[in-house]
Design a protein around this ligand. Structure first.
Ligand SMILES: [Zn+2]
Length: 310
């Protein structure tokens, strides 16, 4: 009997090791998740955190994303299944800075003492929200932080976020340290290359002003010495009043704005009206709040902004 079990075990081990060798060729084995139990269970708040965690955690982690695609990240509220995921997770990554207004409340009701919390904004170089927007904030029903939360739209700051995520993964999964370090280094090196390419491009043009749907690009502007004006504020709030639109029209005319950027979920109608009024075209820009591969999407955003300015 024992011999038989040993025999079965040996056959199983052989099968598994063959499966591991063949995993590149046979994707169906991956779908069966042979080693899913050994993967680190990571919950992330929304898409940019998913992209970063994926870049560093690779196939050593399995991930669930709280804010579903198509939901405005600023307005999300967690569901019971999200709490369930947090109870089972090893690591929870969130952007911080009030981007996830629900996070403190959610963490209070989580029953998971060993959950490793990653406030990915820790150590980032922050931009304080301008005073007129703070005033507006007091009128809004949600309470936001005093800093602009869109740090993931800066490659400089996203490198800090990636580092925070890498360190948390190493902390809970020390044995795969080299793997995480190597993925992190490769991400940073690609990010640096992309940054340098567009630093040169943006430096070469005199025109620095662009107009967008909601004021998500403060950090991107700081990185490249650009300046944004927008229909909605930092938190995708603020009504597009007649006065606001009139101001924007004047701004566009004065700055010779040829393109109005628009996000799918931030006042597309207003962007279109504005574009018509000043004879500009409308172009979609992606804040990654819902979807998009990080470096690829940032490159597209950079290129679109660059083309609108040159
Ligand atoms: Zn936003």
């Amino acid at each position: 009997m024992l011999k038989k079990i040993t025999g079965i075990f040996a056959a199983l081990v052989l099968c598994l090791s063959m499966a591991a060798c063949n995993s590149q060729k046979d994707k169906s084995l991956e779908a069966n998740n042979i080693d899913s139990s050994s993967k680190i269970n990571v919950v992330v708040s929304f898409n940019p955190m998913k992209e970063l965690a994926e870049a560093i955690g690779g196939d050593k982690i399995q991930m669930s994303v709280m804010v579903p695609s198509g939901v405005e990240a600023h307005d999300f509220e967690p569901k019971p299944r999200d709490m369930e995921a947090l109870n089972k997770a090893k690591v929870f990554v969130y952007n911080g800075l009030g981007m996830e207004g629900w996070v403190d409340g959610a963490l209070k009701s989580v029953n998971n003492k060993s959950l490793e919390l990653v406030d990915a904004s820790k150590g980032a170089n922050l931009i304080k929200i301008e005073k007129h927007e703070e005033e507006h904030k007091e009128n809004s029903k949600e309470v936001h932080g005093e800093y602009d939360p869109h740090i993931w739209l800066s490659i400089k700051e996203v490198k800090i976020q990636a580092k925070n995520i890498k360190e948390a993964l190493i902390k809970v999964d020390e044995k795969n340290k080299d793997y995480y370090e190597s993925n992190y280094n490769s991400f940073i090196s690609k990010a640096d290359d992309l940054f340098k390419e567009y630093e040169t491009k943006f430096n070469s043009i005199a025109n620095k002003n662009f107009v967008t749907g909601h004021a998500a690009f403060g950090y991107l502007c700081r990185d490249f010495n650009l300046s944004q004006n927008s229909v909605e504020d930092v938190f995708a709030e603020g009504e597009a009043t007649a006065v606001k639109i009139k101001d924007l029209v004047e701004y566009c005319k004065k700055n010779n704005i040829k393109t109005i950027f628009m996000e799918e979920m931030a006042s597309p109608k207003v962007s279109e009206t504005l574009a018509k009024e000043v004879g500009a075209k409308v172009e979609v820009i992606n804040t990654l709040e819902n979807e998009g591969d990080y470096l690829e999407t940032m490159k597209q955003n950079y290129e679109k902004i660059y083309n609108s300015l040159k």
